[in-house]
Ligand binder design. Structure first.
Ligand code: FES
Length: 104
């Protein structure tokens, strides 16, 4: 069973909001989009700049630096110049808290 750790309260993340969190040495971007929460790598796989502040639309985030696009649910690349997917993390929402697992 994956081990989950509370990283934020749901109320801390507004609709279409983003938040940087750290868990077990991993930097993660929490994203709320269309009412759902996602936990993805904080850094783009292209040149490792931050994805924070990237435009989010139709289930994807666009890197603010060179425009690579990744899906929020599994991190797969949808647009160049990135070619490697980013990691995504299992997330649970319970009692107004967001928990993430970074194992595996
Ligand atoms: S660093 Fe994200 S597209 Fe270049």
């Amino acid at each position: 069973m994956p081990e989950y750790h509370v990283v934020a309260a749901c109320s801390e993340l507004p609709d279409e909001g983003q938040m940087h969190v750290e868990l077990n040495g991993k930097e993660i971007l929490l994203v709320k989009h269309d009412g759902a929460f996602y936990a993805i790598d904080y850094y783009c796989s292209h040149e490792m700049f931050s994805l924070e502040g990237g435009d989010v639309h139709e289930g994807c985030i666009t890197c603010p630096y060179h425009g690579a696009e990744f899906t929020l649910d599994n991190g797969s690349v949808q647009a160049a110049p990135a070619w490697e997917s980013i990691a995504t993390y299992p997330l649970k929402v319970e009692n107004d808290t967001i928990s993430i697992s970074v194992q595996g």
